[in-house]
Design a protein around this ligand. Structure first.
Ligand SMILES: NC(=O)c1ccc[n+]([C@@H]2O[C@H](COP(=O)([O-])OP(=O)(O)OC[C@H]3O[C@@H](n4cnc5c(N)ncnc54)[C@H](O)[C@@H]3O)[C@@H](O)[C@H]2O)c1
Length: 353
């Protein structure tokens, strides 16, 4: 494991020709990380195609990319990563736009936990029997949708082989792919599945005489994007969260350097807003306990310094908007959650005075 210093780009430091000639397809490009990545790639001169379920989100991203040195386009229909025909249309659109398959495919679309798995166990199904069937939407979008995206990428790359060694598959996993998020069992399971998919892809690529693409996994801690509900905003107060720029910069780092780890791939853990930690493909082997120990210790150490004012990244205005409240009981509710939340809640009360 190694930290990757200098990996985080600010928009104004990206050179407009850095990625000229490269093409990138991003699922879930209408919001959050996908949008930030589209903007950064287009700023660096890449041609980008985005897909999403949300038409307004797609239009917003395209508007923000206008006038940049690269381009950003989307098909006229929305793209759903859980529907094969819909996702195929996105890949066909990208191929028609770029005149070849996309060099880089970022399987980014994802949703938060849907349903209440543990409570469903105590509920009866329509036939009056226990347990009620689990709601698998989170798995369908976050795992099956990514799997389908990865398969369509490989299919497109196989149909037009290239000798340029610049094809890259990027899976948007999560730190929830290494540990359990309380209250989000299916989300955590889906992201563990993506880390597993990355490990399996790397093992397969390593066995090939000449890998045809590299595979990367990105594992961010929480970040204030459209995916988080109000309660999570509050629960995160006082902790160092990841900025969407950090996630997008990590992907840019991958896209810029196609020879990373002998062209096989790498995994990046982003435990906070600082530089990502890079893991090579041989690091995460079967029963590699040291991986879990090391990452757990690193997160503990890095989050321990959250009292450093420079480290606190929760933006008061975002929290205030998110919980949209002037309720006087917020600090008391927060005290039940954790002292750091209480501290932030007190600060919010002061801000309002
Ligand atoms: N924000 C975080 O705290 C965080 C942390 C770790 C990992 N992630 C992961 O990052 C990825 C991007 O999430 P984000 O934080 O930018 O959230 P976001 O909600 O801002 O963006 C996700 C986008 O995916 C789209 N989407 C949802 N279902 C889709 C489907 N079936 N087909 C196509 N598009 C669909 C949404 O419309 C949305 O525009 C997700 O995979 C998420 O799990 C997020």
């Amino acid at each position: 494991m190694k930290a990757v210093p200098g990996c985080i780009d600010a928009l104004d430091t990206i050179r407009p020709s850095q990625l000229s000639g490269r093409s990138v397809l991003i699922t879930g490009g209408g919001s959050g990380f996908g949008r930030q990545l589209a903007i950064m790639c287009a700023t660096a001169g890449a041609d980008v195609v985005i897909g999403d379920l949300n038409t307004k989100g797609l239009e917003g991203t395209i508007d923000l990319c206008r006038g940049l040195s690269g381009s950003c386009q989307a098909p006229s229909e929305t793209s759903d990563v859980t529907v094969e025909s819909s996702l195929r249309q996105l890949f066909a659109f990208a191929q028609a736009t770029f005149g070849r398959p996309a060099d880089v495919v970022v399987a980014n679309a994802g949703i938060t936990e849907v349903g209440r798995l543990s409570e469903d166990v105590a509920l009866k199904n329509e036939l009056g029997r226990y347990p009620k069937e689990p709601n698998l939407l989170t798995m369908n979008v976050n795992f099956s949708g990514v799997l389908l995206t990865a398969q369509l990428a490989e299919e497109a790359w196989k149909s037009e082989p290239s000798t340029e060694h610049n094809r890259q598959l990027v899976l948007l996993a999560s730190m929830g792919g290494h540990s359990g998020i309380p209250g989000a069992p299916l989300y955590s399971a889906s992201k563990h599945g993506l880390v597993g998919l990355w490990v399996a892809h790397c093992a397969r690529l390593r066995a090939l005489p000449e890998p045809t693409f590299s595979c990367h996994a990105i594992c961010p801690f929480f970040s204030f994007t459209g995916i988080l509900g109000r309660a999570v905003f509050l629960a995160l107060a006082g902790l160092s969260v990841v900025q969407p720029e950090t996630v997008a910069s990590t992907v840019l780092h991958i896209v810029r350097d196609t020879s990373l780890n002998d062209g096989l791939g790498s995994m990046y853990c982003l435990p906070d807003h600082k530089e990502p930690l890079e893991f090579s493909t041989d690091y995460v082997g079967p029963l590699n306990h040291s991986f879990y120990q090391e990452i757990t210790e690193t997160i503990r150490q890095r989050q321990k310094v959250y009292d450093d004012p420079e480290y606190i990244q929760c933006r008061d205005d975002e929290i205030l908007t998110a919980i949209g409240t002037n309720r006087a009981d917020v600090p008391f509710i927060a005290l039940l959650v954790s002292p750091s939340v209480a501290r932030m809640a007190m600060k919010m009360q002061l801000l309002k005075q």
